[in-house]
Design a protein around this ligand. Structure first.
Ligand SMILES: Cc1cc2nc3c(=O)[nH]c(=O)nc-3n(C[C@H](O)[C@H](O)[C@H](O)COP(=O)(O)O)c2cc1C
Length: 296
């Protein structure tokens, strides 16, 4: 059953910007007293969408006008030809697109998503917001006024909500705790949805291990942007195969020296965190545990 004061926040994000913004928006909805989760579009059970009444979609555009990997399934479903044109008649929504106007297909995904939701019978609460990374104030230049307007529109349906009287308490989405004896504790988990870092399904392809060979600043020291040319060396001569438009995601790793330094700082301050301890990261929505990650 869908709660009455529920606002769903869904995102499609390739490099986490849209995710971070969606989580910020979600915190705002909580502060106003709304319920509902924030999730990647592909993590959301899409068959429920016909029951939703209010939603905010935050989506970036990647590649050459392509949708991020974590909304591909969702988007493919929405494009099905056999969906009735009034499937989403219950839904009132807003789309905020994140893009960069230096790309030819500026905010292509946000625009397509907004159009498709309308085709399926959903009602936009306001025009879609087109954030531009090229703006001097970044995405916030469009995002902040767009959000103010969104909440004013939403208030028509929830007159009791005080949008000027915001509860500023920080609302955590994650709870992090230290597990000292992982081997024994593991057997105590009976949550249905446990992912372990190693076996975790990832939307990234198999990683390639590379070493940074050169890291050179290409902009003048006085320029506000620090743009770098980073040259990598492949450790095992594996041939890198790529086409224009492919995305190269870098997952940096800390050096052993930095890690040793960190643990010696913990030790000198009497903080009981050892390299072999694991962290239990729990994701909550409305007090309900939905996701568990265990990380070294
Ligand atoms: C490889 C790559 C391709 C991009 N392609 C587009 C594009 O075609 N159109 C656009 O408007 N923005 C494009 N962008 C800009 C991103 O949409 C923008 O940086 C956004 O903030 C990224 O959000 P994310 O981190 O949630 O994926 C591209 C960015 C990258 C890194």
């Amino acid at each position: 059953m869908i709660e009455i004061n529920r606002v769903l926040v869904l995102y499609g994000s390739q490099t986490f910007t849209a995710q971070e913004i969606a989580e910020r928006i979600w915190r705002k909805t909580k502060a106003f007293g709304f319920r509902g989760p924030v999730q990647a579009m592909d993590d959301y059970p899409i068959s429920q969408l016909i029951y939703e009444k209010f939603a905010i979609f935050v989506s970036s555009t990647t590649g050459q006008g392509d949708e991020p990997d974590n909304m591909k399934k969702f988007w493919k479903f929405l494009l099905r030809k056999n969906l009735p044109s009034n499937s989403l008649r219950n839904l009132k929504f807003g789309v905020i697109g994140l893009g960069d106007s230096s790309y030819e297909k500026f905010n292509f995904v946000g625009k397509k998503l907004n159009k498709r939701l309308i085709q399926l019978g959903a009602t936009p609460l306001l025009d879609l917001g087109l954030c531009d990374y090229q703006h001097d104030l970044g995405h916030d230049a469009v995002l902040e006024p767009w959000l103010d307007k969104f909440f004013i529109e939403l208030k028509q349906y929830f007159p009791e909500i005080q949008i000027n009287n915001i509860n500023d308490n920080f609302i955590p989405k994650w709870k992090v705790s230290v597990i000292k004896g992982i081997e024994n504790n593991l057997n105590n988990f009976d949550h249905e949805d446990i992912y372990f870092a190693k076996g975790q399904k990832s939307f990234y392809l198999e990683p390639i291990f590379l070493t940074v060979e050169k890291n050179v600043r290409t902009t003048h020291e006085t320029h506000f942007q620090d743009v770098r040319l980073i040259t990598f060396r492949s450790n095992n001569d594996s041939k890198l195969d790529f086409k224009p438009g492919d995305i190269f995601n870098i997952r940096p790793r800390n050096s052993k020296e930095d890690i040793d330094d960190l643990f010696s700082i913990f030790q000198s301050h009497g903080i009981d965190i050892k390299p072999y301890y694991k962290l239990l990261v729990e994701e909550y929505h409305d007090g309900k545990l939905i996701h568990v990650l265990i990380k070294n």
